[in-house]
Design a protein around this ligand. Structure first.
Ligand SMILES: [Fe+2]
Ligand SMILES: [Fe+2]
Length: 318
């Protein structure tokens, strides 16, 4: 028995009953360590990916083909940084009882302990890539994030509501770029096709391995148990195909997978699996742009140290 009079087991049961009843868990509520840990891992990875994701797009701000496109992509980059800040704040509250801080999140990124999404380790060499990131990477993010809008952890669910609303604008912005290119010159059409070919595998990888258990991770089961998300990686990937394969084809583009088709018998899309060994390598910061983007992040973190110091209440106090 502890001071409040209930055993850990009673607290756990009460907590699980709240989850089953669809109640929202708040930052100061009692929660099992496993729940706290899986949330920290999930939300810190999501938050840092928003920030790392702004980097490939930021590269295109000075090179955007018109003022209108420049303003569009600038606003998107700004939104993504905002999403990152919002999510890192949510993570910070969860980490507080463990004595860990926001600084630790950044350091974990630099040491490689905190991973960011595979797609943001990739190159974005053309304007077609910039459009495709908005259209399909943000499109994929909308699919995974809307699946968690009903997440049991209140602060995350509320942050996602705002984020998803903005992601819809990002996807429309990307779609507008892609549609203009797909209706353009032969060179522009080829540029989009090239981007689709380059991004197809990373997009499949975005949802994570289908058989997580075989790969030794049970995160999917834990998030389902605690009502954080409802669909599996494979279900989300299938949702992505259902939404986007017809759209890609309707623009006269092809998918770089000759086996891709919808099987009525199996009631699912049949496709070529991406190279999951390569996926593991990429998320371990061994992707084409991993080191360069980490260096850039580290540099801006160091350059902005004076701002953090100026804002820190600890400095005022002493
Ligand atoms: Fe975002
Ligand atoms: Fe976005």
């Amino acid at each position: 028995m502890n001071q409040s009079g209930s055993t850990e087991q009673e607290k756990y049961e009460l907590f699980m009953n709240r989850i089953k009843a669809g109640e929202k868990i708040e930052a100061d509520d009692w929660m099992p360590e496993e729940y706290r840990k899986v949330l920290i891992k999930l939300i810190s990875m999501h938050g840092i990916s928003e920030i790392m994701g702004a980097l490939p797009e930021k590269e295109w701000v000075p090179k955007a083909p018109s003022l209108k496109r420049k303003l569009g992509i600038m606003a998107k980059v700004q939104d993504e940084m905002g999403h990152g800040q919002l999510l890192l704040r949510v993570t910070e509250d969860l980490m507080k009882p463990l004595g860990r801080t926001r600084e630790d999140i950044m350091n974990d990124l630099f040491t490689g302990d905190l991973k960011f999404h595979n797609v943001f380790h990739m190159e974005a060499p053309t304007w077609g890539d910039a459009g495709l990131i908005g259209w399909l990477v943000d499109g994929a993010a909308i699919i995974t994030q809307t699946n968690m809008l009903g997440a049991s952890y209140g602060p995350y669910a509320r942050a996602l509501k705002r984020i998803c609303a903005e992601e819809v604008f990002h996807a429309q912005h990307g779609e507008a770029i892609i549609m203009a290119l797909a209706e353009g010159t032969e060179e522009q059409k080829a540029m989009v096709q090239d981007a689709v070919n380059r991004w197809w595998e990373p997009l499949l990888m975005f949802f994570g391995p289908g058989d997580a258990k075989a790969l030794g991770t049970s995160k999917q089961d834990i998030t389902a148990k605690y009502g954080i998300r409802t669909k599996s990686n494979e279900e989300l990937r299938q949702d992505f195909f259902t939404k986007y394969v017809p759209r890609i084809l309707s623009l006269g583009l092809t998918i770089p997978d000759s086996t891709m088709h919808y099987s009525k018998e199996a009631e699912q899309w049949i496709y070529q699996q991406p190279d999951w060994a390569e996926f593991k390598k990429i998320v371990q910061n061994k992707g084409p742009k991993s080191q360069e983007r980490l260096r850039l992040r580290k540099l801006s973190y160091e350059n902005n140290e004076w701002v953090r110091k100026a804002l820190s209440p600890a400095i005022d106090a002493g």
